[in-house]
Design a protein around this ligand. Structure first.
Ligand code: FE2
Length: 437
């Protein structure tokens, strides 16, 4: 069982020491002349050295060998559908929906199973995002992965992931999420066929949204985020592969030891996990349908106030009590791109077609909303207090960038549902010369 501790707020100073080596963590300085137990000190910086204090992120590792002990990186020929090439396809403004993505028929690990569905921007310019799915059935074996391009927000849909990091180990099951930030090395073990979604942001790091008039509590509370505790592997004379995602391509370097050799660490740049069941839902208790921003778990802000590179938003089980109101999501067009996935259950605005392990994309200013069946039912429903989305967890990656679908997403995966548009075609004309219908 993975040991975890509370993150106690984003940006808090944390420390952890493997109990097998008490005193490994230096006191009073980051780089003693000689570290205890013959360890090396190494810093990982997640922000510019000169970033303001509230945004400054770094962690010190005390490890058996520094990360630099590896052979040169060479191009790695796996995950051929992992890409940052946003011009593979002609632009397509249509509503897109994917049936559940296929699990692999032959052994594939987490890295080999990365497939990019859509994205925008440029990791070289540190601006943009990529949305991937992972489709795998095999644990990573003597290999570790890191992204030099962005933070990975991982949303398992099927299968529990055991994620070994330089900081320690996290188990992440469906209805939980993990965030592995830029540069952090990790390996994924699976318990069977595994599928999930990844939001990778190139600009910066995920944060908790501000709460404004909501007050000090609500949505995702800081106290519910967990980070691993130090647990080192002292393995020599092994063939270990470090895989780097760098400018959208994969590279591999060989080394003869485990990179999970951190005996102690301290800092405020850490991986973390969160159970979506702990989300405190805020909603209208009078009338109307709130904007989905009330369900934001984490946000990666842009430099424009209130505008996100990407928000991670969920639609959890909750009470619906609004009166004299059309309760489902309203019809709309948005200056943001909305990628949705379904972890489990059935999403209330579209009970058919949008299935666990599938996805949808409603691009910039592309109209969307409830299907005809949902509209007809909700327009006539008796509006008594009702629990909705029971046994369901849908989510949205919402971005201010206009995303392109990859060739894999549009064609190769063969899961794009060409009939998606039909769900709105039966919406009736209800217009009448009578004010009440
Ligand atoms: Fe929408």
């Amino acid at each position: 069982m993975a040991e975890l501790k509370y993150l106690s707020g984003f940006g808090s100073e944390l420390s952890s020491e493997d109990p097998r080596r008490p005193g490994a963590l230096p006191v009073g300085r980051n780089t003693p002349q000689r570290c205890a137990y013959g360890l090396y000190a190494e810093q990982i910086s997640g922000s510019a050295f000169t970033a303001p204090r509230h945004d400054n992120r770094r962690t010190w590792f005390y490890r058996i060998r520094p990360s630099v002990v590896h052979k040169p990186f060479k191009r790695l020929d796996v995950a051929k559908y992992l890409t940052h090439k946003w011009d593979e396809q002609e632009p397509d403004p249509n509503q897109s929906r994917w049936l559940p993505f296929d699990l692999p028929a032959s052994p594939v690990d987490f890295v080999g199973g990365l497939h990019t569905v859509c994205g925008a921007g440029d990791a070289r310019a540190r601006h943009g995002l990529a949305i991937h799915v992972y489709l795998c059935n095999k644990s990573m074996d003597n290999s570790a992965f890191y992204s030099s391009d962005g933070d990975f927000l991982i949303v398992p849909q099927q299968g529990t992931l055991t994620i070994t990091t330089e900081f320690g180990v996290m188990e992440v099951a469906p209805n939980e999420i993990a965030v592995i930030q830029l540069g952090m090395r990790f390996a994924v073990a699976v318990d069977g066929p595994s599928r999930g979604y990844i939001l990778e942001v190139f600009d910066g790091h995920f944060k908790l949204p501000d709460l404004g008039p909501i007050g000090a509590n609500g949505l995702a509370n800081p106290r519910d985020f967990l980070t691993p505790v130090a647990k080192y592997h002292d393995e020599d004379n092994i063939n270990f592969t470090i895989v780097s995602k760098y400018q959208g391509a994969l590279f591999a370097a060989q080394q003869r030891h485990s990179p999970f050799d951190v005996v102690a660490w301290h800092g405020n740049y850490v991986p973390y996990k969160y159970n979506l069941a702990n989300f405190m839902v805020i909603n209208s208790v009078s009338f109307d349908h709130c904007d989905p921003s009330i369900f934001t778990v984490l946000t990666c802000p842009s430099t424009k106030p209130g505008v996100a590179i990407a928000d991670f938003v969920i639609f959890p089980p909750r009470w619906s009590v609004q009166e004299d109101t059309f309760r489902p999501p309203y019809y709309h067009r948005n200056c943001m791109s909305e990628f949705m996935g379904l972890i489990l259950g059935a999403y209330e605005a579209k009970e058919g077609g949008f299935r666990p392990g599938g996805a949808s994309l409603h691009s910039m200013m592309t109209p969307h909303g409830p299907d005809a069946q949902c509209f007809n039912a909700a327009s006539k429903a008796e509006l008594k207090p009702q629990k909705i989305a029971l046994g369901t967890q849908a989510f949205m990656f919402e971005s201010s960038l206009s995303m392109a679908i990859t060739k894999w997403g549009a064609e190769t995966c063969q899961k794009l549902d060409a009939k998606y548009y039909e769900c709105w075609q039966e919406l009736p004309k209800l217009f009448s010369d009578k004010i009440e219908i």
